[in-house]
Design a protein around this ligand. Structure first.
Ligand SMILES: C[S@@+](CC[C@H](N)C(=O)[O-])C[C@H]1O[C@@H](n2cnc3c(N)ncnc32)[C@H](O)[C@@H]1O
Length: 223
């Protein structure tokens, strides 16, 4: 299938829906208009190209926390990765480049983000990407992954972020790990302590401009 041209918006809303006022980026079906942008970044010697749009997180450029997480993502070529809250796909699509014999699964609640992440996977000629819409781990059922990577939806509230952390162990393979990025004002120290109290190991993999990337492994037994 030929890639969608960069900059073309996904056609998923009616004109009446587009006339609605501002929505949060985590709205399941954003009703703001379109203003697509094309972004590029270099990852492992490869230029990745992305279309972004209004109504989704960080549509103007790669979020600095996301960028730090991507820099600290360590993957084997045959691993399977889950990106929870994928937005337009920066983390999951970069992960897919690193796992040519594995797969990247991207999940978001936001329909427009899902359409863009699919479009971006095609535009970067990646066939090992699947993009699913839904709440946190619900779309993947009981599947397990070697790495769960997330820049979680802090603005959606602490209860949602904690639910993601509580549900993560049931979706990791033995030896699997969780990679999470956040900054001080998003409560990353709170989440670091929360993880340290429950997981066997929590390492700070990277820090920059108030952001830190946490790698947690040895999860508590899942129910
Ligand atoms: C901070 S953004 C990160 C987006 C992208 N991963 C990035 O780094 O640019 C968090 C994402 O989580 C999504 N989200 C919010 N609530 C969610 C939920 N219950 N289940 C899945 N995704 C959710 C939002 O739509 C948003 O795209």
């Amino acid at each position: 299938m030929p890639p969608d041209p960069p900059g073309s918006p996904p056609q998923d809303e009616t004109p009446e829906e587009l006339a609605q006022p501002f929505q949060h980026y985590f709205t399941p079906k954003p009703k703001v208009g379109h203003a697509t942008r094309t972004l590029r970044f270099l990852y492992r010697g490869r230029v990745l190209s992305f279309t972004t749009d209004l109504g989704i997180f960080s549509y103007e450029g790669v979020d600095p926390g996301t960028s730090l997480l991507i820099e600290n993502m360590e993957l084997e070529e045959d691993e399977n990765v889950l990106d929870i809250g994928c937005g337009w796909g920066a983390i999951g699509i970069a992960a897919a480049v690193s796992v040519p014999q594995g797969q990247a699964t991207l999940v978001d609640v936001n329909h427009r983000a899902i359409l863009l992440a699919r479009q971006n996977a095609r535009a970067n000629h990646l066939s090992n990407v699947e993009v699913l819409q839904g709440d946190l781990f619900a779309p993947v059922g009981e599947r397990r992954f070697d790495l769960i990577a997330t820049n979680p939806p802090y603005k959606a509230g602490r209860d949602l972020v904690i639910r993601a952390l509580e549900e993560a162990p049931a979706h990791l393979t033995p030896g699997g790990r969780l990679l999470l990025v956040g900054k001080g004002s998003q409560g990353v120290l709170f989440y670091q302590r929360w993880l340290e109290e429950r997981w066997a190991s929590v390492e700070v993999m990277g820090r920059r401009s108030g952001y830190r990337v946490l790698k947690a492994s040895g999860p508590p037994a899942s129910p």
